[in-house]
Design a protein around this ligand. Structure first.
Ligand code: 1HA
Length: 270
């Protein structure tokens, strides 16, 4: 596929092709473990994906075919978080997780090889996950002195159920692609050489659908789980639709024309 680079970064690759954006962690020597910079770059790319109206679907993946992401880079983990070049400890991956969930476009994880620890949580928060046959999933927190009790625990439990989520965190076992499929952790398993073809095909299927319908569905799925923040997102989409109506425009026009609004001509549906 003729992927075109969108922007140059140090620790990720960012490409676009036919309405599909692809953000790929590019640290294969450490199984695509992330540093604060990796995450900062992914957040920047996600912001571009949000603003660019030509981008309809976002693919999250990792370079090298051996790992999607192995979580936080343990070699830069310091006192209070992951320490970047500014010497400040951060857990900025939590902001990235929220962005993946709230961006009003589908985000698809394409998982080849390891999706472990904070890397596993990244695929969990994506709308869809497609696994290559060599994919391996798991959490390591309690083994390496960490835990993600946010989406990493509660949303995982929504995806695979309470018993399985507790097993995944308490035992820190690893699961192959078929086991992941069986527990509903991924949507599909394909041979590694078919991964790109499959996520492009899935993206194209979604691009052929109504963007506002997909946007409303994403915020509706989120709203049930995300409390007031979820309702805010769904309600924001309701406001967007309302602003497109003649009735809403009458309110603004009346204000600007210094007259009383006339709501009489707008339908009052049963
Ligand atoms: O829990 C959180 C958070 C919680 C709340 C808020 C924010 C959070 C943010 C992050 C995280 C976390 O991600 S904690 C979990 C961190 N990740 C891990 O514990 C996984 C560590 N890696 C492994 O267990 C294994 O590498 C592996 C099971 C994925 C693969 O094993 P394998 O095939 O034997 O490869 P291995 O030799 O271990 O790894 C290849 C190279 O990559 C090694 O480097 P080398 O010895 O060749 O120099 C290895 O050290 C490096 N590497 C792999 N994963 C990481 C890593 N280096 C740094 N950090 C890593 N995560």
């Amino acid at each position: 596929y003729p992927w075109q680079p969108i922007k140059e970064y140090k620790e990720i690759l960012f490409h676009k092709y036919d309405g599909i954006a692809r953000i790929s962690i590019n640290r294969p020597q450490v199984h695509n473990a992330f540093t604060p910079l990796t995450v900062q770059e992914m957040i920047d790319a996600m912001n571009i994906c949000r603003e660019d109206m030509d981008i309809r679907v976002i693919i999250l993946t990792g370079e090298g075919g051996k790992a999607f992401c192995s979580g936080g880079d343990q070699s830069v983990r310091g006192h209070g978080g992951y320490v970047g070049q500014d010497a400040t400890p951060r857990l900025n991956v939590l902001d990235l997780q929220k962005m993946i969930r709230s961006i009003p476009k589908p985000v698809v994880a394409a998982v080849a090889g390891w999706a472990i620890g904070g890397g596993h949580v990244l695929h969990v928060v994506c709308d869809l996950s497609i696994a290559a046959e060599n994919a391996r999933f798991g959490q390591t927190g309690p083994k390496v002195g960490s835990f993600d009790g946010g989406f990493g625990a509660s949303y995982l439990a929504r995806v695979v159920g309470q018993k399985k989520a507790r097993e995944i965190w308490y035992l820190c076992d690893q699961y192959d692609a078929q086991e992941a499929l069986d527990m509903g952790l991924v949507n599909k398993v394909v041979p590694l050489e078919m991964l790109e073809e499959t996520y492009v095909a899935w993206a194209k299927k979604m691009i052929a659908k109504s963007p506002i319908a997909l946007r409303m569905l994403k915020s509706s799925f989120n709203a049930e789980l995300d409390g007031q923040a979820g309702i805010q997102e769904l309600a924001g989409n309701a406001t967007l639709l309302y602003y497109l109506s003649e009735e809403a425009k009458e309110g603004k026009n009346a204000f600007l024309e210094k007259r009383d609004p006339d709501w009489s001509k707008y339908p009052k549906f049963p």
